[in-house]
Ligand binder design. Structure first.
Ligand SMILES: *Cc1c(COP(=O)(O)O)cnc(C)c1O
Ligand SMILES: [Zn+2]
Length: 441
């Protein structure tokens, strides 16, 4: 395959199988050694492929971490930049990645949420919010796009694309602008205005599809197989194995920010389920590398009731996830047929966690609760995790005496409609008399 040698021959980049990939020596993605099938373990060279040619299982990055010494690695990470590239030795990126044009996301705040803890009945000092609204395009998606961008560069793609529930479109548009790629992204036509503007402003092409996310995704799979999509890197389709690794950085940061300790419990939102499965992968890697102590942790998944296929399967004791037609205000999580659903079920059950859902009214209440207790304005996905945390504490599934991290993965400014009706306390004339009349003193 010509693409992996020089960047100017990009038109043949969209390989559909790995069998014709160039030798791995032409692709420098740091410690990434190969792609390996999550189902059958079949290995193929690094390339823009995502499904196993033997069993159609999802491909994941296999690493060579054998040379690492825990103390040396910890020191190297701590001396690294205040963004995800401090973890470059654990990611599929070249060693000099921090010097390339990239949005450099990550190292977001881990907020000790004592006011929220008090409201939820959690022991003081034990509840934390990992606030990923602080990323360059105000969602966790900048982490995964940064990885996909490096893979796109390595494979010689010049157009970045994706199917998106909103946040991904903005993250791809911004990363492409910064790195000098063309971008063309696809979203359901009826997304929130904040997400549409956020995706369009970076100057790439933004296409609304008449249908829901699952229709958008199906369309993109078709485009990849068509000559029209040649040379395109779809961050969450043909670059998915690389993209997905970005979520590991959430696990790394949470542990490092807790002083190289595992949290006891983590509450993670579920759209496709990729983020949750890779947070687990990241924690497992830290344990194996000796960077944290090996002790049990529980992972909890959070969905909105109007799109809760994984939660429904968990509660019914099923191993398979029955697709749903989404109908919820939590549009960033509205994937009715989540690719990683079965793996999420495995992880929740293996770690002793759970998958739970809350309705739209509870999502809105939780957004307001987080805002008024901690000064964090979350998008609907953050309302889902905070709402589910509250529900899990009430049901006894989540232990309020243990260290718990709740993810906020996006910014409330993108989903203003969810809190419509929140507004002025009073409108007064510019006089003290009028102020007094309003009953505020
Ligand atoms: C995409 C997204 C997620 C998680 O997505 P997965 O597909 O499960 O990895 C969570 N929160 C927000 C705000 C998102 O945009
Ligand atoms: Zn396989």
């Amino acid at each position: 395959m010509a693409v992996q040698t020089v960047a100017s021959t990009t038109n043949s980049a969209a390989a559909s199988t790995a069998s014709d990939s160039a030798s791995p020596s032409t692709v420098d993605l740091g410690p990434a050694a190969a792609l390996s099938c999550r189902e059958c373990g079949h290995r193929v060279p690094l390339g823009p492929v995502f499904a196993c040619e033997e069993c159609f299982g999802p491909l994941e990055i296999a690493y060579d971490f054998s040379a690492y010494d825990a103390e040396e690695l910890r020191g190297r990470i701590e001396a690294g930049p205040a963004n995800i590239w401090r973890y470059a030795p654990l990611l599929p990126v070249p060693a000099d990645v921090a010097g390339k044009p990239n949005l450099n996301p990550g190292w977001t705040k881990l907020v000790q949420a004592d006011n929220l803890a008090r409201e939820l009945g959690v022991e003081a000092g034990k509840l934390f919010v990992k606030d990923d609204s602080g990323n360059p395009t105000h969602s966790f998606k900048d982490r995964v796009v940064a990885q996909a961008l490096e893979a796109a560069r390595a494979f010689g793609f010049t157009t970045l694309s994706c199917s998106s529930t909103g946040n991904l479109a903005g993250a791809v548009g911004a990363a492409a602008a910064r790195a000098g790629f063309r971008s063309c992204v696809f979203i359901p036509h009826d997304l929130e205005q904040g997400k549409v503007v956020m995706a369009a402003v970076y100057g790439g092409e933004l296409v609304g599809i008449e249908g829901n996310y699952d229709d958008v995704n199906r369309f993109c799979s078709e485009l990849i197989g068509d000559p029209a999509g040649e040379g395109w890197g779809f961050v969450n389709v043909n670059l998915r194995p690389y993209y997905a690794e970005g979520s590991k950085t959430l696990a790394y940061e949470i542990c490092e920010q807790l002083g190289w300790r595992l949290p006891d419990q983590i509450v993670v939102p579920i759209a496709s389920g990729s983020q949750l499965t890779k947070i687990d992968k990241g924690l497992q890697e830290l344990i194996k590398l000796g960077l944290v102590e090996d002790r049990p942790y529980k992972i909890f998944g959070a969905q909105a009731e109007g799109c809760s296929p994984v939660s429904a399967a968990f509660k019914a004791g099923h191993d398979v996830v029955r697709p749903q037609k989404p109908d919820t205000i939590a549009k960033s999580l509205a994937i009715g047929n989540p690719a990683d659903g079965p793996y999420v079920l495995d992880i929740a059950r293996r770690t002793g966690g759970a998958v739970e859902d809350v309705n739209d009214e509870q999502v809105v209440d939780a957004i307001k609760l987080l805002a008024r207790t901690e000064g964090i304005f979350a998008e609907t996905a953050g309302g889902v995790t905070v709402g589910v945390t509250r529900k899990l504490i009430e049901s006894g599934a989540l232990d309020p005496s243990l260290t718990t991290v709740v993810l906020n993965t996006g910014d409330g400014l993108k989903t203003l409609d969810a809190v419509a009706g929140t507004g002025l306390t009073a409108t007064i004339r510019p006089s003290l008399e009028s102020f007094r009349e309003a009953g505020l003193v």
